[in-house]
Structure formats: structure tokens, C-alpha cells
Design a protein around this ligand. Structure first.
Ligand code: G6P
Length: 376
């Protein structure tokens, strides 16, 4: 009903507007003041340090948007814990006789906690002796009940079929987990961890700024794209899973063919798709965090622009290098290493919604899809 949507035209619009609080609520109660600054303390993991002690491998399993959250979080988990991380689609994981055992931590991610593919992968991991931790948005759901430990995301109920606020909450929970494990294993100092906590705590206000400053702009240009047949998304490093998520959202709710690519892969194939007028979103890495990657992605932009692509960049405020080659520039505030995805995904969610609205589609109930897929 209209009241349930809180005055928004759709649940998806309401849920995108709730991305800042989804992050804030997922952090809340899990950061304590420490001598060096904020320290991550996850009450649900109290007394469960043994889950992280003998671990030599972390495997993240999920489906759909949750898998892209996993792919995003994997960079920070590996960096902050120095444990090798791989990310797998839950339905692929179980059927290839994976090498797992009691030195493996399987982290599952599921908004609903009921996705059958993910549940079966968790059960399988458990049978093989792996340790299992669930990241879930639904209290008491089946997947957390079948896991050794759970970190709940506090995004609040998500009604629209396409996941938005749960995605940013899942990445937030993965970062909290990474900081916790990094500290338990002595990889991160209290001061390093506190720096990351400060960055994380600043994210909700920065997401709010993206919503306030870019929403009207994006909705406007998504209208001229209503007849677009195909949209490509390019990203590199943590921007790569953001590109995948941007493409998925577009497929899900606007029924437009969309693909996400790793920007470095462009020259190995996808560049053949570029013809005049082809819209391409490019998630540009921060020039402050990595001048090298930034330069490479800017040169990708030049290459596609030279072939007539219509380039829409998502770039950090102050990044002027992208201006000469961009048809549209979507700005995100500065954020610390690994935190850009929590900002860069917001314009992509708004864009998918704007385009679906421009086509007159029901953004909350896309055809052929279910919110929670409880069959294999
Ligand atoms: C379905 C939904 C997707 C969602 C995926 C995983 O396919 O349509 O939006 O990302 O399931 O759902 P989960 O509840 O496990 O996060």
C-alpha cells in the first residue's frame, strides 16, 4: 500500500533512500570506543574466536546481488586478514567437489536467508567439516540457523525484488567481519583498524550526499536512454563487482541487455562491442588511492570514446582527468581504500530504477523473478 511505501512511488525507491541507514544500522552496536579509536566488537561472535584461528581459506558463497556484495567484500577481507578468499556462486560450489575442511571458513550471504542454492551449499560445507558463518538480513531464517555463527545485517525488511539496501548492508557486515578477524589474528593494529572504522562510519552521510546531489540528474538522463538496447559497465578492482551489480540491476528491472566487465579485460574482447552511441558506465578508481589503476581506467575511457561510446563515468569528486572524455559525470565523495563501492553503487541503483520507470515498468515486481528463490 501507499502507506507502506512511506510516500515513495515504489518500495525500491524507498529502499534506495534507506541505503544510508542500512549501513548505519549494520554498524550500530558493533563499534566500541578503543584506546586508538573505534574498535569492532561483534556481540554475535563473542566466544567464537576459534572459528577464525586455524583458518587457511575463506570461501564466500551467495547468489545474485549477494554474490556481488561478497565479491566486493573479498578484497578487504583478504587485505585485512591476509587469508586467501575466493567467492563462488552457491549453486556452482557444491558440484565441483571443492577442497574444503576444518581450515575453511565458508561465509554465506543472503538477504532472505532462505535461498535454496545457498542453503544447500552451507549444509554441504558443514558436512565436509568447514566452519560456517552466515550474513543475513532476516532474523531466525534457515541459513543462519544452519550456520555456526551469524552476523545480521540491519537493513530492515526489503520488499522490492531487486536488492538494493541489503547490498550495502552486506558489504558493511563483511567489512566488520574482516576488521574483527584481522584484529583476532593480529594482522591489523588497533590504530589501523580504527582508521578503517572511521572511514566506515563516515559512509552513511556520504551515501546521503550521493542521493541528494545526483538523484535528480540521473533520473533525468535515464529518460533519454529509455530506448537503449544494451548498456555496458566497466570497473576495476573493487569497482569490478560494482559494475557487475550495476548490470544485474538493469537486467532485473528494466529488461535491458547489460553486461559488467573488468576494465582490464576490455582489450581482450568486449571492446569489439563498442560502436557509436553504445552507452558505457565506467566506475573510475580513486586517483588518490591508486594513481596507477586510475590512469589505466582513464585510458580505457579514451579507447571506448574514440570508438563512439557514450561514456557515463562514476568518479570521485575533484577527479578532473575524466572530464574531457565523459558525456555524463556522476560524482561520489572521497572514501578510503575499499570503501568506494558503497558509494559508487548508489548511482547505478538510481539509474536502473530511473530507466525502468522511464519504460513504465513495475520496478518492485519484475517479470519472471522472485524475491526469494526457495527451489534449487
Ligand atoms: C533472487 C533475487 C535477487 C537476489 C538473490 C539472492 O534471485 O531476485 O535479487 O539477489 O535471489 O537472494 P538472497 O535472499 O539469498 O540474498
Amino acid at each position: 500500500s501507499a502507506a507502506e511505501k512511506g510516500g515513495w512511488p515504489s518500495f525500491m525507491a524507498k529502499e534506495v533512500s534507506e541505503e544510508p541507514e542500512a549501513v548505519a544500522n549494520t554498524i550500530r552496536g558493533r563499534v566500541h570506543p578503543g584506546a586508538e579509536g573505534g574498535e569492532v566488537v561483534i556481540p554475535e561472535l563473542d566466544g567464537l574466536d576459534e572459528l577464525f584461528v586455524g583458518i587457511r581459506h575463506i570461501i564466500v558463497i551467495a547468489c545474485g546481488t549477494a554474490a556481488y556484495a561478497g565479491q566486493t567484500g573479498a578484497y578487504a577481507i583478504e587485505q585485512w586478514t591476509r587469508i586467501p578468499v575466493s567467492v563462488e556462486l552457491a549453486h556452482e560450489f557444491r558440484y565441483r567437489d571443492p577442497v574444503i575442511g576444518d581450515d575453511t571458513l565458508v561465509v554465506s550471504i543472503s538477504q532472505s536467508g532462505e535461498t535454496m542454492d545457498t542453503l544447500m551449499a552451507v549444509k554441504y560445507a558443514h558436512e565436509k567439516g568447514a566452519k560456517t558463518l552466515s550474513i543475513c538480513n532476516t532474523q531466525g531464517a534457515t541459513i543462519p540457523r544452519e550456520s555456526d555463527a551469524v552476523i545480521y545485517t540491519h537493513a530492515g525488511p526489503e520488499v522490492a525484488v531487486a536488492s538494493t539496501k541489503a547490498f550495502v548492508a552486506q558489504i558493511t557486515a563483511l567489512y566488520l567481519l574482516a576488521l574483527h578477524v584481522g584484529r583476532v589474528r593480529g594482522v591489523l593494529s588497533a590504530a589501523e583498524s580504527a582508521d578503517h572504522v572511521r572511514e566506515l562510519e563516515a559512509i552513511p552521510a556520504k551515501i546521503q550526499r550521493v542521493l541528494d546531489e545526483e538523484q535528480a540528474h540521473i533520473e533525468q538522463f535515464s529518460h533519454w536512454m529509455a530506448d537503449t538496447q544494451s548498456v555496458l559497465f566497466l570497473g576495476r578492482h573493487v569497482g569490478y563487482p560494482v559494475a557487475l551489480e550495476g548490470a544485474l540491476k538493469l537486467k532485473e528491472i528494466s529488461y535491458i541487455h547489460a553486461e559488467g566487465f573488468a576494465a582490464g579485460e576490455l582489450k581482450h574482447g568486449p571492446i569489439a562491442l563498442i560502436e557509436p552511441g553504445q552507452p558505457v558506465f565506467v566506475i573510475v578508481p580513486s586517483p588518490r588511492e591508486s594513481a596507477e589503476l586510475h590512469k589505466k581506467v582513464v585510458s580505457n575511457i579514451q579507447e571506448i570514446r574514440a570508438r563512439g561510446a557514450r561514456v557515463i563515468v562514476v568518479a570521485e569528486e575533484g577527479d578532473a582527468a575524466v572530464l574531457p572524455f565523459a558525456d555524463e559525470v556522476l560524482r561520489i565523495p572521497l572514501a578510503g581504500p575499499f570503501f568506494e563501492p558503497l558509494l559508487a553503487v548508489v548511482p547505478l541503483h538510481i539509474f536502473a530504477m530511473g530507466l525502468a520507470n522511464a519504460k513504465g515498468l513495475d520496478v518492485d515486481q519484475p517479470r519472471n523473478l522472485a524475491k526469494s528463490v526457495t527451489v534449487e
